[in-house]
Design a binder for this molecule. Sequence first.
Ligand code: GLU
Length: 504
Amino acid sequence: MIRARFAPSPTGFLHIGTVRTVLVNILFARRNNGVVVCRIEDTDKERSKKEYEDDIMEGLKWLGMDWDEGPDCGGQYAPYRQSERTDIYERYLQKLLDQRSLYHCFCTEEELEFQRKQNVSNKNPQIYNGTCAHLTDDEVKKRIESGASSVLRFRIPPEKIHFEDLVRGRVEFDGTLIGDVVVAKDTHTPLYGLAVVIDDHEMKITHVIRGEEHLSNTPKQVLFIKALGFSTPIYAHIPLILNPDRSKMSKRKNKVSLLDYRAEGYLPEALINFLALLGWNPGTEQEIFSLPELIEQFSFERVQKSGAIFNIEKLQWLNSHYIRALPINELTSRVLPHLFDQGYLELPKDDIMKATSFVINANKETISRDLLEKYIALEQDRAKVLSEIPPHIAFCLTDTLEYDPHLLSWKDKSKEETCEMLGLGRDIIKQMKDADFTTPSIEMAIKTEITNKGLKNGAVLWPLRVALSGQQNSPGPFEIADALGKEKTLERIANAISFLINFH
Ligand code: GLU
């Protein structure tokens, strides 16, 4: 039985790279009918925060990631938070001390700094020089009794270390370049690297799938595993995520928190599709994948070794695809939070998703959810992210449009000619029956008139579109007229005409 795990450290908000690791674990485990374990790695007490753990869990659930065992759902190998597993670690630390794989190191920060400098000037590898490696038991006892503080170091044997990696094949490291590493602060507080090995063993993990940044930890962990008599899991180190200039994505320079992508209005479907394609390809032209399709097709053979470029345009392209594919009712539900956050609608007292009408902030008009859907539909084919929909439909959520009257003129048309064209549109619309006021029939009526009069499309449609939207770029005039309704459409055309007449 395959047992994979992902093990986020709650030392920051959910990172996009962590999401990718979680996703790959899920794809691999589900593909092979295995189990996925979620473990919270909060050994670093100073940096770990409950707030971050909550953010990680919420973000993963928002994306639709699911796991079989974890701090939220329990499981056979609970607890799944490292901070609750101290007694387990103590047992193994004691075993390693008893078999002399570990030793107490009393070197102070200053001494270590001095060693580091010496190593630099002698051009030696930057490793611990072993000062405390050969202290006798009595000496250690004496120092501890005298109150000297110590950490625990692991004796790294000077040998070649190798392990199998599903992405990289056989990986080798030279033990002589590692040096004895600190693995615990004291006899009950292991550091991350050792705790991981103990937990993976205790939780019967068969596959360790994680980011390439952990590749250099692996030889040490393989040695810990040997010393503890565990069996080595199969590793898969997935490539780093890079900027288009191949620099590493960093918190300082990039948007790396999943929350930011969510706030901007990226859909979970798009993010999953995008992250799966970061470093993996299906070997076909297919680019759009649902989660079940990814599970069906994923394999490590098609994961690349080199860094994966984070191409934001690709993410936006996928996001537009998924926005277009949503039923309008669902798209409306997803845009609603953005309309409130950006202050276009008043927050209803009751459940937002159940509300059937809303109050527009600008004019206090009440509009039905159905009408709001029509407005949102105007942008469905154009939007890259959900957060850009509210400003783009803002012209529907107001009574007063503000725009430069010059914008109404198509090419070099005069004010008079523009007024005339607007008048023509107005007269046709006036004659239309309310029941007939739909995009195709408005289009048909106006275009027939344009043909009959031998006019250019732009001469009529451009001023009409600007009169209705007040914008340089917007959806077409027929769709907007349909969404606004006959009355508002006529009002806006009349306003544009008087705007032009009064404009000098
Ligand atoms: N806790 C580690 C991290 O958040 C992951 C450790 C591992 O996967 O082995 O990067």
